[in-house]
Write a protein that binds this ligand. Structure first.
Ligand SMILES: Nc1ncnc2c1ncn2[C@@H]1O[C@H](COP(=O)(O)OP(=O)(O)OP(=O)(O)O)[C@@H](O)[C@H]1O
Ligand SMILES: [Mg+2]
Length: 607
């Protein structure tokens, strides 16, 4: 199984991931790496010097009973310790920088990649899950790079230097110690395999926690009005419990390495004491040499222990690094698109036998065939689930048609870069999304180079100025996160103003006036569907009152375009339209208890 073997340090894919991670990180940060390499060499050298200096202490000071040598040796020891501490201090500062810089770099890359994914990729996946990945993957990269280039290297260099001291003092005993190393290696690598297995679904578990929490908090009104507090709490508790269990299992595997090392260290020292006593008694070695050997051995214990810990951590994080590279290497949705432009075309929209399915089991559009003239105002009507939103999502290139083509001004929109398409098509949806900032900031999002006059003008036309005037700071009033301090209808008006600023060739209103009262809706219809601009407008609506502003009407039913024409024609020719329209009149009557506007509409159009 692929799952089983991946991110074993020995598989080619893991080695490749490590190589790529190092190449991508080390080259841009080479100054930091060189600085920390110098520190690491210094740490290793000073540590070995410290071990070796114990020989001087024992032989020159104690065995020789030479008090005057003590000062020199003491100064040497203090100097060496000072050097080691300083290099460690600088190295840990550099480590933090390396770790953060690598992590941030990849967090940015992943987030950017998410933003440029197809809308399809987001369907059915909650936002916190994406954010959990951004965080986890980025920090995993930082940890791996730091472990391999710094922690690992410091410890290995230190270990080499100390082993050098050991061999120099007593080659035979060093050999015995060396034999024990493969044993340690074997035990530790078994443990690391277990940790890797456990780490696999960790991102998923972390995502579950944030999803459960954030959903409940952002939907707090729904939670309360349906009495779902306990249910939300239970979901959160389950997610936390699953994560807790996983962390304990990981901790059990990780924690075993340290005691294992301690045990082996104890065995080594025991053996050494027997060997040393025999050597000094019968072979005439100096006590200083043994002290230096034992000190080097004891000092080597810490880096050796850290190396095994680091190996475990690297294994755990490599799972995430590989997942991240797999994600980053997905082809960019834009790669397959052409270089076309819509700058010089008239905004006609042609649907050529367009079909679409979200997945094999849910077909949403069948063979839609229609030609919309430049500057035409077209309403799209149909029952809920008929495919209206799907149709306009395709016009924005959120999804490519499963078959058929959509052309704007004769250009297949699949051959235009997404950014170019979006620049010319503006969407105003029912659930307007506003960013934290002022009313003015949100309207200005419509176009980067909009002038202040254009912003005020759009605010006037979309009836934002009216309610903004009542606010303390006018257009500079903050709207709160996602416009929470505005009413539904106010948010819609800001959304419309933002779209007007964009000066797009095609405007799509997806029930964009549903939260507005009649008077505001009328004002906005006049401003947006009025004849001043030559944009083409698609207008999804359930309200017959808005139909008087349009030239033609597309009638959708079960994913098919069943009729397309002016209101008068459709009343005559389309049963689907009549039934829909009557239904709508009924609804309106029930909701408002009067015919007023609809009657007026009929008189205008039939009289
Ligand atoms: N993301 C999706 N994944 C799978 N199926 C979807 C998705 N979005 C919509 N559908 C399905 O596609 C069909 C058309 O949906 P669409 O949203 O286009 O309808 P609509 O006409 O806009 O309805 P409404 O008037 O309620 O907004 C429906 O059957 C719906 O269940
Ligand atoms: Mg819809």
């Amino acid at each position: 199984m692929k799952e089983e073997t991946r991110s074993d340090l020995s598989t080619p894919s893991t080695r490749q991931a490590i190589r790529r991670l190092l190449v991508e990180s080390v080259i841009p940060l080479r100054k930091l790496f060189i600085g920390s390499l110098i520190c690491m060499l210094a740490v290793a050298g000073f540590t070995a010097a410290l071990a070796w200096s114990t020989k001087l202490i024992v032989n020159e000071v104690f065995v020789a009973a030479n008090a005057s040598a003590a000062i020199g040796v003491a100064l040497l020891v203090i100097g060496v310790s000072l050097g080691k501490s300083l290099s460690q201090y600088v190295n840990s500062i550099l480590s933090v920088q390396i770790n953060r810089k690598v992590a941030i770099r990849y967090q940015k890359q992943v987030f950017r990649k998410f933003l440029f994914q197809n809308v399809q990729e987001f369907a059915g996946i909650a936002a916190p899950r994406h954010m959990a990945k951004v965080n986890l993957w980025g920090s995993a990269c930082g940890q791996v790079v730091l472990a391999l280039t710094n922690k690992f290297l410091t410890d290995i260099l230190t270990l080499i230097a100390l082993v050098g001291v050991m061999i120099w003092q007593d080659p035979v005993m060093s050999l015995v110690t060396a034999v024990l190393f493969p044993l340690i290696f074997f035990l530790v690598s078994n443990l690391t395999r277990r940790v890797r297995e456990l780490s696999k679904a960790q991102a998923e578990l972390a995502g579950n926690i944030s999803t459960a929490g954030i959903e409940a908090i952002s939907g707090i009104k729904t939670v309360k009005s349906y009495g779902l507090e306990e249910k939300s709490f239970a979901r959160f508790s389950d997610a936390v419990a699953a994560m807790e269990k996983r962390l304990y299992a990981i901790a059990r595997a990780t924690s075993a390495t340290v005691p294992l090392m301690e045990l082996l260290g104890g065995i080594c020292i025991g053996l050494f004491v027997i060997y040393a006593s025999w050597q000094t008694l019968s072979q005439g070695k100096t006590p200083g040499e043994f002290t230096a050997f034992i000190t080097a051995f004891l000092l080597a214990y810490q880096p050796a222990e850290r190396i095994t810990k680091t190996m475990v951590a690297v294994q755990r994080n490599l799972v995430h690094v590989e997942d991240m590279f797999a994600f980053l290497d997905q082809p960019d949705p834009n790669d397959s698109r052409g270089e076309g432009s819509l700058d010089d075309v008239a905004p006609s929209i042609t649907f050529e036998d367009v079909s679409f399915e979200y997945d094999a089991s849910s077909p949403a559009l069948h063979g839609v065939q229609a030609a919309i003239k430049p500057g035409e105002r077209v309403a799209i009507v149909g029952r809920s689930g008929a495919g209206k939103t799907t149709l306009v999502d395709l016009v924005q290139g959120f999804y490519p048609p499963t078959s058929g083509r959509i052309l704007i001004g004769g250009v297949d929109i699949n051959t235009i870069p997404e950014a170019e398409l979006r620049r010319h098509v503006a969407l105003i949806s029912q659930d307007v999304f506003l960013f934290e900032g002022s009313l003015r900031d949100n309207i200005a999002d419509g176009r980067a180079d909009a002038t202040p006059e254009e912003i005020t003008d759009a605010a006037d036309r979309a009836a934002v100025s009216g309610f903004a005037a009542q606010l303390e700071k006018g257009l500079d009033t903050p709207v709160g996160p996602n416009g929470t301090s505005l009413s539904g209808g106010q948010k819609q008006r800001v959304g419309i103003a933002r779209a007007l600023v964009k000066q797009a060739k095609v405007y799509i209103y997806d029930e964009a006036t549903s939260a507005l009262d009649g008077e505001n809706e009328r004002a906005i219809m006049k401003a947006t569907l009025g004849r001043e601009s030559d944009s083409t407008i698609l207008f999804i609506t359930h309200r017959p009152s808005t139909l008087e502003w349009v030239d033609r009407i597309m009638v959708m039913k079960d994913g098919k375009l069943v009729a397309f024409g002016a209101h008068e024609e459709l009343v005559e020719s389309s049963k689907a339209y009549r039934s829909l329209f009557n239904l709508a009149v009924e609804q309106q009557k029930k909701a408002k208890g009067r015919y007023g506007r609809i009657l007026g509409f009929f008189q205008r159009n039939t009289g």
